[in-house]
Structure formats: structure tokens, C-alpha cells
Write a protein that binds this ligand. Structure first.
Ligand code: GCO
Ligand code: MG
Length: 408
């Protein structure tokens, strides 16, 4: 069996999805997602200029060897752009492999460990009133877990991703902000004074059953993070996400010594080498890598297995920048992983998105149900793709009030 050709598509409704379509001499087509939020054209170029020409003639069933070829063969290892490109190829190869076997992908990992997989939505509000409405909305939709982000008096757009603050209901995120990033202002003291009480009020109003998560977006120092974690303990969070900048794997030690709040980290990691210490030293409870920019299914499955040895559960990144292709790859891992925790899942199912990526994966009662179709269970409509083109955008940046750059 041989790879005979392939194309990279860049664009989509409200997002620049990077979609890889690999063709084989047996007529089977594999789909991959290489979307790297706001740097999409770079992954697309890596794929079409370097990787695709090398893949022609290779046997697509040899996904392990092709992964090693790409990773070791790059010489300059890791980094989100390369790993997202390898991720796209790897997802497409697993899609081909499962289609060849005539099985849904999860069967190749060891089969189902559960029926539906727990997901969480994003509740956001510029103030506490809006936030309460947003949480109520998602609860009424059947979600059993909600990430809770709220504007802080004096800095209403910081503390949560700006484009997601568009209202309580389902919304499709269009954040093509142009090349110049929007600026958010951050003030740690205000955040520390306001947020623990806001989270406590949400818990009081919605009771003990609803799982509540909170994302700090890497903005605290280790000492501040320890203070914050201690102060939110009564809220009984499902997790506290990215309390400190993710590069510093030692930063979590102080928090761990002072609090038992579950910690989730990893959405910006792109290899097992970014998180092996966090996992092996049991400094985190959830690993947040994404199947796209952590090198695809082959590599992420290794991270999941390592995590399983250390009581660390999965909580894969599922921001709306991921296309339904990588969300499907994650869904297949989720339904298999013995150490599955939760999946971030924002409503991708708008009519335009469904037309571009038809599938019968479904969300029901707060659980994600994986399609039993062979492969990933997602298609890609090439004619529909022709409607979209790349639009430049940049991730917002964060500054302190005096102008100092801070962590997003
Ligand atoms: C999350 C992330 C998002 C990020 C976005 C950056 O937990 O979903 O932190 O909120 O802002 O993914 O590209
Ligand atoms: Mg996050």
C-alpha cells in the first residue's frame, strides 16, 4: 500500500483550520488536523513544502516508522509548528489504518472503556451576573461540567479569552483580529481579591453536583498560585488550570505543598519531554495536551500511558481552534483511555462547520458519543472547503497596567 498524493486545505468557518487529506493507491483517504491557533499558515507550509513530497510512495500502514522518520529526521526537534504538522500526518495515517481494518479507530487502541465521555463547556461573563446566566445556560443544555471565567472589576476582559465572552449561548468564535494582537490588562491583586469569592458564589448557586473548572492562563507566580489554590479549596474545583507559566515544571511544588486542589496543565506542551517530570513527580492531576500540536495519536498515546502510571488523568485541550478531525481523534482516545478524565468541548456543530466536516459523532446529556463508522468517523467536503480562505489573526497579549508584558 502506498501514499499517492495529498493536499493541505487552509480555512474554515470562523477559523483557519489546517486540514490534511492523504490519498492512497487503494482509494482510502486519511484526514488530519494541523491547526495551530493563529499561526496556521506556518503549519500548512511545513506540510505542503516539506512533508507531503516526502510521504509520496511511503506505506501509510507504517505509522510508527513514519512518525519516527518525521521526528528524528527533522533534526531540529519539537516545537509547536513541526509537532502540529507531524500530528496532522499521524492522525491521517491512523484514519487510513482504521478504515483499512473497517473498524472505528478506538478498536485499534483496545476498544471502549466507557460509553459516553464527559465534556465541559466554557461559561464566561464580563461580570458575575453574566457569568451566572452563562453557567445556567450550559447546565440547561445538559452539561455536567463547566469552566467558569469571569471579568474582574477594573479589568473586565482579562481572566478569560476575550472572543469567548460573546454571550451565554452557543456561539461560533470568529477571532480574526488582524496581525496586531489585542491587548488585555492584567492585575494580579484584583484577580486574587475577586475570583475566589466569585467561584464560591457560583458553587453556592449551582450546588455540589455541577463540576466547576477554572483556568488561570499561566498568570500567577508559584507563591501566588499556592495562595490562590488554598483560597479556592472550599469551592471543590474539578481542576485549576495553568496556575503558573508552563515552562517551569518546578513551579508546582509550592502549590502542591500547600493545597490539594487538582491541577491541570499541558495545552501548550508539544512533547512528552515537556511533561514527563510533571507526571512522574505527580505534580499534576490532569494532562491537557492536544493531539494536534503534541505530535498526533502516536505520541499522545505515549503521554496518556505514562500519565496512567501516576494517577494523572486526561483532559485534552479542546478550544474551538481544533477542527472536528482532531476532536474526533481525541474522542477515540477518550473512549479508550483507562485514565480518561474529561474533554474540553466547545460547540463546533454549527451548520457551516457540519457541512465542511460531516460526521455522526454526537453530544448528548453532557457526554460525547463517538461514531462507530470506520476510521475517525469524520469526512471533509472538498467543495465546501473551496468557500474559505486564510484570514490572518493573532492571539491577544497581556500587559500589566504600567505596560509590562505578562503571560497570556
Ligand atoms: C483553553 C485555552 C484557551 C486559549 C486558547 C489559545 O483552556 O481552552 O486556555 O482558552 O486561550 O486555546 O489558543
Ligand atoms: Mg486553558
Amino acid at each position: 500500500m502506498k501514499i499517492t498524493g495529498g493536499q493541505v486545505y487552509l480555512g474554515g468557518p470562523g477559523k483557519n483550520y489546517v486540514t490534511l487529506r492523504l490519498e492512497t493507491d487503494q482509494g482510502i483517504v486519511g484526514l488530519g488536523d494541523g491547526t495551530l491557533n493563529n499561526r496556521e499558515s506556518l503549519t500548512a507550509a511545513y506540510l505542503s513544502d516539506y512533508i507531503l513530497p516526502m510521504l509520496i510512495g511511503m506505506d501509510p500502514r507504517r505509522s510508527e516508522d513514519i512518525w519516527q522518520f518525521l521526528y528524528r529526521g527533522a533534526y531540529f526537534r519539537r516545537g509547536p509548528i513541526a509537532m502540529a504538522a507531524f500530528g496532522a500526518v499521524d492522525i491521517a495515517l491512523w484514519d487510513i489504518k482504521a478504515k483499512l481494518a473497517g473498524l472505528p479507530l478506538y478498536e485499534l487502541f483496545g476498544g471502549r472503556s466507557r460509553d459516553g465521555c464527559l465534556v465541559y463547556a466554557h461559561a464566561t461573563g464580563a461580570d458575575i451576573g453574566e457569568l451566572m446566566d452563562s453557567v445556567a445556560y450550559w447546565q440547561e443544555c445538559g452539561y455536567r461540567a463547566v469552566r467558569v471565567q469571569c471579568g474582574v472589576p477594573g479589568m473586565p476582559t482579562a481572566g478569560y479569552a476575550v472572543p469567548e465572552a460573546a454571550g451565554a449561548g452557543p456561539h461560533y468564535i470568529t477571532d480574526f483580529s488582524g496581525i496586531r494582537p489585542a491587548v488585555e490588562i492584567w492585575d494580579t491583586d484584583r484577580y486574587m481579591r475577586f475570583m475566589p469569592d466569585a467561584l464560591a458564589r457560583v458553587r453556592d448557586r449551582f450546588g455540589p453536583e455541577l463540576k466547576l473548572l477554572h483556568d488561570v492562563h499561566h498568570r500567577l507566580t508559584p507563591r501566588e498560585a499556592a495562595v490562590f489554590a488554598k483560597s479556592v479549596e472550599p469551592v471543590n474545583l474539578y481542576w485549576l488550570e495553568d496556575p503558573t507559566p508552563a515552562e517551569d515544571q518546578d513551579a508546582l511544588r509550592l502549590l502542591r505543598h500547600h493545597s490539594t486542589v487538582p491541577v491541570a496543565i499541558g495545552e501548550v506542551f508539544n512533547s512528552i519531554w515537556d511533561c514527563n517530570r510533571l507526571i512522574e513527580e505527580e505534580l499534576i492531576d490532569f494532562i491537557r495536551v492536544a493531539v494536534t500540536y503534541a505530535g498526533g495519536i502516536t505520541h499522545v498515546k505515549r503521554i496518556v500511558d505514562l500519565a496512567g502510571l501516576h494517577h494523572v488523568r486526561t483532559g485534552f485541550h479542546g478550544a474551538p481552534s481544533h477542527s472536528p478531525i482532531s476532536m474526533a481523534a481525541q474522542a477515540h482516545l477518550n473512549v479508550w483511555a483507562p485514565n480518561f478524565g474529561i474533554q474540553e468541548y466547545l460547540v463546533l456543530g454549527t451548520p457551516a462547520c457540519d457541512a465542511l466536516f460531516p460526521s455522526d459523532h454526537r453530544l448528548d446529556d453532557g457526554l460525547f458519543h463517538v461514531s462507530d463508522a470506520p476510521g475517525l468517523g469524520v469526512d471533509f467536503d472538498v467543495a465546501e472547503a473551496a468557500r474559505y480562505e486564510y484570514v490572518a489573526g493573532s492571539h491577544p497579549v497581556v500587559r500589566l497596567e504600567d505596560g509590562t508584558m505578562w503571560n497570556y
